[in-house]
Design a protein around this ligand. Structure first.
Ligand SMILES: Cc1cc2nc3c(=O)[nH]c(=O)nc-3n(C[C@H](O)[C@H](O)[C@H](O)COP(=O)(O)OP(=O)(O)OC[C@H]3O[C@@H](n4cnc5c(N)ncnc54)[C@H](O)[C@@H]3O)c2cc1C
Length: 460
């Protein structure tokens, strides 16, 4: 019987994996993962996600071993590695289709590959308008997607007969150097449990509180969102599994706000499928001539959470410490970089890519272009988030206390703008410029500067 080579990519799971299911039904299965830093080029996996990948592969490998198989690990240009292994073993190759621009290159180089749907709720090229066109705006796209929802019920883990892989060379996972060495910055990642079991546990825990999602999802101080994003990014749980788990738990109507966010993930795949360079190029031409400032010190201050705006600094420190940042705060911090500091969005996008455990090419590009105003579906440039107003509106005092402990002694009402805290600062023992930075830009001046820059671009 022909050996079936299952080429795992960002779909590190055994349940609801259509390529594995098809392979298992056809013959003995050989499991492969290739660490490919070449084909994605500048979009090779970032440092934080490599930490996740290490643990996720360790979990998948252990799971496969417990079932009597072996996960073969290889490093190199994925297409060439897959092609060579298929030739050496006479195997037929199956994989899940992915939508990052480099995925198609890998597939073309790998030789014949049977591709299956499973990275998104629906294949991006199958959500099309009545006239056969693709969507670029979320709301009509979402309406159309809903006509195809719910997705098929997830497939259980198939019965797999594993091919004999004893004689195949495999890398030692530890030799890939995915984990940080000195200094080890991953100490704050301990709450995460990479791997399929961790993903399903998190999904179950979220299902129990999903009814409260709509009320709590914008409050960074609450555990209001699912935190499934790193699991979804590496495909440890399929989006269809996630959809059904939450819809079953609270009913389709109550689940709708969350399913809609899950929809944004599919929408991003739809965008990069149409605009593969969305991570590098603004979609609206005017933004190619935007007068960004070259400000390395300002960029450093933003990365380190030392801008003097507590909500911005809390978010950037949460990101560094835990590899994740609340969505509301991603919008605030991103807006601050591009509009208050006038620093090119691609600098922020790269920093997120390197520090997010959930780094996802489509979601990240879509998020940054949305905030910048340069995307296909985005917030207008002249909508500028006021960090202090946002911080108060979304009740971020406790969140700030957690991530910016030097301000912990300030009362809730004053913690959002310490430079206006007067004597409360003295009572809290804080001297701006010594214990916590003074704001690196003044909000009103920054806002006026950003609007003037945009007006000049439009007039040119
Ligand atoms: C500037 C910027 C950059 C971003 N970069 C990424 C990224 O690299 N990777 C990433 O997964 N998300 C990114 N997001 C989207 C969003 O912030 C995260 O998906 C979300 O915060 C993850 O937390 P959660 O799992 O608790 O989300 P939940 O609110 O529980 O949502 C469930 C799932 O839906 C998807 N989702 C939710 N919101 C969005 C959104 N706005 N766009 C696309 N998908 C969404 C995610 O897969 C998420 O896990 C970015 C947003 C912004 C503004």
């Amino acid at each position: 019987m022909t050996v079936q080579l299952v080429w795992f990519r960002n779909d590190l799971r055994l349940t609801d994996h259509a390529a594995l299911a098809a392979a298992a039904a056809a013959g003995p299965v050989l499991a492969l993962y290739v660490l490919d830093d070449e084909t994605p080029g500048a979009w090779a996996m970032g440092a934080a996600q490599r930490w996740w990948l290490h643990h996720s592969l360790a979990a998948l490998s252990a799971q496969i071993v417990s079932l009597g198989g072996r996960l073969v690990l290889r490093r190199g240009r994925a297409g060439a590695v897959v092609r060579a292994l298929a030739a050496a073993t006479g195997a037929r190759v199956t994989a899940i289709r992915h939508h990052e621009p480099w995925a198609a290159v890998q597939e073309a180089e790998a030789g014949p590959v049977s591709l299956f749907h499973g990275a998104t709720l629906a294949p991006p090229d199958q959500v099309i308008s009545g006239s056969g066109g693709r969507y670029r705006i979320f709301t009509p796209w979402w309406r159309k997607l809903l006509e195809q929802m719910p997705p098929p019920r997830p497939q259980p883990m198939p019965d797999v007969r594993w091919a004999d892989a004893a004689n195949l060379a495999t890398d030692d996972l530890g030799s890939w150097g995915l984990l940080p060495t000195a200094p080890d910055w991953s100490g704050g990642f301990a709450d995460w449990q990479p791997g399929e079991a961790g993903a399903l546990a998190r999904l179950k825990a979220f299902a129990a509180r999903a009814a409260g999602y709509d009320a709590a999802r914008n409050l960074p101080g609450e555990e209001g969102t699912s935190r499934l994003s790193p699991h979804l990014a590496l495909g440890e749980v399929s989006p269809a599994t996630a959809w059904h788990a939450i819809a079953d738990a609270v009913g389709q109507d109550v689940a709708e706000p969350w399913l809609r966010e899950l929809g944004w993930r599919d929408f991003s795949a739809n965008i990069i499928d149409q605009f593969p360079d969305h991570g590098d190029a603004p979609n609206r031409a005017a933004f190619a001539r935007f007068p960004f400032r070259d400000d390395p010190a300002g960029l450093k201050a933003w990365e380190r959470g030392e801008t003097g705006y507590p909500i911005v600094d809390a978010g950037m420190r949460q990101l560094w410490a835990t590899g994740w940042m609340h969505n509301r705060v991603r919008m605030i911090t991103a807006s601050f970089l591009v509009k208050h500091q006038l620093i090119d969005w691609r600098n922020g996008e790269r920093w997120f890519w390197d520090t997010l455990l959930d780094a996802d090419y489509g979601n990240n590009a879509q998020g940054w272009q949305w905030v910048m105003g340069s995307g296909v579906d985005s917030s207008p440039f002249n909508r500028i988030f006021a960090p202090v107003g946002q911080s108060a509106k979304f009740d971020a005092a406790a969140y700030i206390r957690r991530w910016v402990p030097e301000l912990a002694g300030l009362p809730d009402a004053l913690i959002h703008a310490p430079w206006q805290a007067g004597t409360a600062l003295i009572r809290a023992g804080v001297k701006l410029g010594r214990d916590y930075p003074a704001p690196i830009v003044d909000h009103d001046a920054a806002r006026a500067r950003a609007l003037a820059a945009w007006a000049a671009v439009k007039a040119a």
